[in-house]
Design a protein around this ligand. Structure first.
Ligand SMILES: [Zn+2]
Length: 102
């Protein structure tokens, strides 16, 4: 597990995006550098109870979150966090996850 989530930051104006854009929507720049964001706020939670083609599926919770830097992303939840919870972001493989800050 790797703390934080990758975002892309415009080298020209500093605006951060996820996922990566072709052009910066603020200044139309196209030079990017990777950055990391470590914290987010849960906005919405859904539970995936079934997955077509999966027989041994266990329900999973996913959350729409807004990061401390302003990006909105969907992450897997590793605990019972509800909307309004401040979570820490981390990556496992290339998948994004979140859990309440301890
Ligand atoms: Zn920019």
């Amino acid at each position: 597990m790797k703390p934080g989530m990758t975002i892309w930051r415009c080298k020209n104006c500093g605006a951060g995006f996820f996922p990566k854009r072709l052009l910066c929507s603020r200044c139309h720049g196209h030079d990017w550098e990777q950055d990391r964001v470590y914290a987010a706020m849960v906005e919405e939670v859904s539970t995936i109870r079934h997955m077509i083609g999966q027989t041994d599926w266990t329900p999973r919770r996913i959350a729409s979150v807004r990061t401390a830097d302003g990006q909105r992303m969907t992450v897997g939840l590793r605990d019972e966090s509800e909307p309004g919870t401040a979570i820490a972001l981390f990556e496992e493989g290339s998948a994004p996850y979140g859990a309440a800050k301890s």
